[in-house]
Design a protein around this ligand. Structure first.
Ligand SMILES: [Mg+2]
Length: 208
C-alpha cells in the first residue's frame, strides 16, 4: 500500500445558514419589508426566529415560506471570511461537506448559491436536523443517518446541533458566536468563535 493511500481523507462538516450565509440578517430584512416589523440582530436570542420575534404561527410559517423561495435564498450574501477559509482547507486536502437543515426543495438554489460564491465543497447533505421534514434516506437524511458519516471537525451556529455533534458523534465543534447560541452550549468539544478568522486559527490544519 502506498503512503498516500494509507492516509484517510478528513472531512469537515460545515453548516450553511448563519455559518456560510447571512441568513438571520435576511430574515430581519423580510420581517421589515413584508411584515412591517423591526427587530435587531441582538434581539434574535432564540434559535427559532418565530420565538425570538414573538411571531404568530401563521406569521412564522409565512416567513419561512418566503425565505425558502429560490430567489430569496440566492440573494443572501456570504458571511465574511467563510469562503476564503474553506478554500484554504480544501487546498490543504480536506474534504468539505456542506450539512444543511434546509428543506429538501431548497436543494437546487442552495447548490446554485454555493456555485455563485465559489464555495469549495465535495458534497452536500440535507439533514432533518430539527424534525421539520421527512428524511427520505437519499437526498435528505435523518440525524441518526448522519451519525454514520465521519467528520474531523464541524462548524455550526445551532446550539442544538453543536451539542448533538459533540455528545452523540464526539466531534469537535467550532460554534460561531450568535445571540441565539449563548445559553446552554457548554461542552469540552465545543469552542466558541466570533469570526471565521478565529476558526481558521483554531482548526489544526495538517498539510502533510
Ligand atoms: Mg445554521
Amino acid at each position: 500500500m502506498s503512503l498516500s493511500s494509507e492516509k484517510a481523507v478528513q472531512t469537515i462538516y460545515v453548516d450553511m445558514d448563519d455559518v456560510l450565509c447571512q441568513t438571520a440578517h435576511h430574515f430581519l430584512t423580510i420581517l421589515e419589508r413584508d411584515f412591517g416589523k423591526q427587530f435587531s440582530f441582538e434581539q434574535l436570542t432564540d434559535f427559532d426566529v418565530g420565538q425570538a420575534c414573538a411571531l404568530t404561527a401563521e406569521e412564522r410559517e409565512e416567513l419561512y415560506r418566503v425565505v425558502h423561495n429560490g430567489e430569496e435564498l440566492l440573494s443572501i450574501p456570504p458571511i465574511e471570511g467563510a469562503v476564503n477559509v474553506l478554500q484554504q482547507w480544501s487546498a490543504a486536502g480536506y474534504e468539505i461537506a456542506i450539512v444543511t437543515g434546509r428543506p429538501p426543495d431548497t436543494y437546487e438554489p442552495s447548490i446554485e448559491w454555493l456555485k455563485r460564491h465559489a464555495v469549495p465543497h465535495d458534497r452536500i447533505l440535507i439533514v432533518d436536523k430539527y424534525g421539520r421534514f421527512a428524511a427520505d434516506g437519499t437526498r435528505c437524511i435523518s440525524l441518526d443517518a448522519l451519525t454514520k458519516h465521519r467528520f474531523c471537525w464541524a462548524v455550526e451556529d445551532s446550539p442544538i446541533m453543536a451539542i448533538y455533534l459533540a455528545t452523540q458523534m464526539k466531534i469537535p465543534v467550532a460554534l460561531l458566536d450568535r445571540p441565539w447560541n449563548r445559553k446552554d452550549v457548554n461542552h469540552d468539544l465545543v469552542g466558541r468563535h466570533s469570526h471565521w478568522h478565529e476558526i481558521a486559527r483554531a482548526l489544526p490544519v495538517k498539510n502533510s
